[in-house]
Write a protein that binds this ligand. Sequence first.
Ligand code: BES
Ligand code: MN
Ligand code: ZN
Length: 495
Amino acid sequence: MRFLTKKIEEFDSDTIICFIWEDYKANSPLINYLNKLSDGQLLNQIETCKIFKGEFMETYKFAINENLKLLLAGLGKKENLTRKKFSQVVANAARCAKTMTKNNSIAVELIENTNECSNIIKNFTKEDSAKMTLCSLRIGLYEFDKYLSDKKPKVETIELLDNNLTKEIEHSAEIGAYTSFAMKFAKDLVNEQAQIATPQYIANIACQIAKEHKLEARIYDKNQIKELNMNAFLAVGQGSVHEPKFVHLTYKPKCTPRKKIALVGKGITFDAGGMNIKPASSMLTMKDDMTGAASVLGIIQAIAKLECDIELHAICALCENMTSGSAYKQGDVLTAMNGKTIEVDNTDAEGRITLADALCYCDKLNVDEVIDIATLTGAVIVSLGNNITGVMGNNQSQINKFIETSIKSAENTWQMPILDELKDNLKSNIADMKNTGGRQAGTSTAAWFLSNFTKSNSWLHLDIAGTAYLDKSNKETLQGPTGVMIRTLINYLIS
Ligand code: BES
Ligand code: MN
Ligand code: ZN
């Protein structure tokens, strides 16, 4: 997909999206221009016939002339439009415009919301919106048709329109374009069936990424993982016919890095639960248990393309959690890379075991911050549902900065606590800790478990089990993978 920025009168698309506020009075330059093209019919229809009120999520299709179709997209009242709501309007409008275009090209105007100046939830400039608009358009246009025999034509070109394009707006649009690419990349990989997207397959993709973007790549096979003493990670994958792989990609800027960050993604290519096998309905979407890995592999490509001034490590411990004669069992005691021992209380709490070793590995990288992203606990769905990501960590100012960035990125997050009291939940009589406790505080307990395996004092943990994959469409994203937290993480890394 191509993204272009253009002046209002220069677009070549046959379909154009125009945003309208509910309480709009003055017409935008674009509306005036389109009104002229329609011989005054457009404003006549809106103002006299009141065909369209501009309510939040309202859409209206209007033919300007034989070769140009307009989609009006309602934003609602200025004081009510959050960045999240804006993203919902844009994604929905994109889905609608896709059915209208014949030349597979959509133009969209750049808008701002400068009503409430100090409120970052609602206020956004054209610079902010260049990023958001491109990301949300591509969220709306996304589809995975690899296995459909009936493939529909795809939108190939997006034109972002504004008469005062600044360098800053152009740069922000570029960030939006690479961010939306990272999201598409991750969603495609999550959508791929687990019998194809094996640890080996994902490791191969990581190799290709490294070649294409000139990254350092280390891919460890089973024996090398053993040599690294990652015996906890190894145990989880031992029941699968697919051997585990440990992936470490590094992006280094040309200048001295402003900071160094390790991004760790949970990479269970299929989570059957192991010997504590999941019921069929819970196993249904478990090919998505490598969403964290897919996300970090998407993000490092965007950071490399943008030639960011940070050093970034992308790390994935890839394996499959299966039942078999060789699978790890309840009661097994595993020793992680840092020497701490884990009594396996439940083989279905496998993600934290693989992440334990991945976090230990990061201790050796000499980075300023470690961030992991993981489809870790069903409990986070009970606490926060499918539209809010759980954020935890051991550095409150890092957590605050991350949550603020998520608001600016049109993503929802909420902090969950990690407190010493949680330790009792995982008390083991024969090992340093068990991997699961009772049913209480499942998300925080998992995070407490992870905190034992990092020496970093800026470690952030994202539990995306509820938000990575939607069983039912929401206003912004259709059923399936969401690419959650990719926008926020890229904005966090570059700021
Ligand atoms: N991958 C799952 C978590 C999950 C659940 C992701 C639902 C997406 C949707 C994880 O490995 C898991 O099975 N967690 C268990 C932990 C339990 C045994 C303590 C869970 O949450 O049920
Ligand atoms: Mn599991
Ligand atoms: Zn899992």
